[in-house]
Design a protein around this ligand. Structure first.
Ligand code: HEM
Length: 179
């Protein structure tokens, strides 16, 4: 596996584009779910759902690219002076983020397949997830898991941002590797 000192440009672009997408997805998801709960339907609610499904499904597709990149290229090493425990904590957090970035959209996709509510931006339909039956009660449970995973993802992202800001203030070069 090639060893690099800084993340390559494609990797960095993907990181920041996906960060923006997830930043948009969480508030859009919360607002649209609250509007649905309050039975507020109309153009805005529909638009929020359409954008959420389109961006969320794109995150899933981009994760395939990202995982392929990660398997192909070994990320830059941590500085030798960084404590082993901290290196382990950072790597574990990154792996958890990867897992949630796959599981969260997968449960959302499964939910809209079971509901079914596959229509998205411009009237296009997402493909149905294979082997998921149409069943509203199942969709309800899938959405509950989806929401819980998304909130966990949000909490972990807050921790990830906190750690990144700490590196920025410490000027140890770790923040710059991804900018
Ligand atoms: C990383 C990707 C995603 C994130 C971070 C995310 C985040 C969220 C959040 C925070 C909620 C609100 C949960 C609640 O308040 O109960 C939500 C709801 C929802 N999401 Fe996602 N989502 C993602 C991907 C997807 C995908 C790929 C789909 C479908 C193709 C999808 C469909 C939905 C639907 C339909 C709801 C509303 C569920 C309901 O009305 O109970 N999401 N999402």
């Amino acid at each position: 596996m090639p060893q690099i000192q800084k993340y390559p440009p494609g990797w960095r672009v993907l990181h920041w584009v996906m960060a923006l997408m997830v930043f948009a997805l969480i508030p859009i998801g919360i607002v649209m779910a609250e509007r649905a709960q309050a039975n507020i339907w109309g153009a805005l609610t529909n638009a929020l759902y359409s954008w959420h499904k389109a961006i969320g499904f794109s995150v899933l597709l981009l994760m395939v690219v990202r995982i392929a990149m990660k398997l192909w290229l070994k990320g830059p090493p941590y500085p030798a002076e960084m404590p082993r425990k901290l290196q382990l904590a950072a790597t574990s957090l990154h792996h958890l983020l990867y897992m949630l970035l796959v599981l969260t959209p997968l449960f959302g996709w499964a939910g809209v397949t079971a509901f079914p509510a596959l229509i998205t931006l411009g009237g296009y339909h997402l493909p149905a997830m294979p082997f998921v039956p149409v069943n509203e009660a199942l969709a309800e449970r899938l959405f509950q898991v989806h929401g819980a995973l998304a909130i966990t993802l949000g909490v972990l992202i807050a921790g990830h941002i906190g750690a990144a800001l700490k590196h920025l203030l410490q000027k140890d070069g770790l923040f710059r590797r991804m900018v």
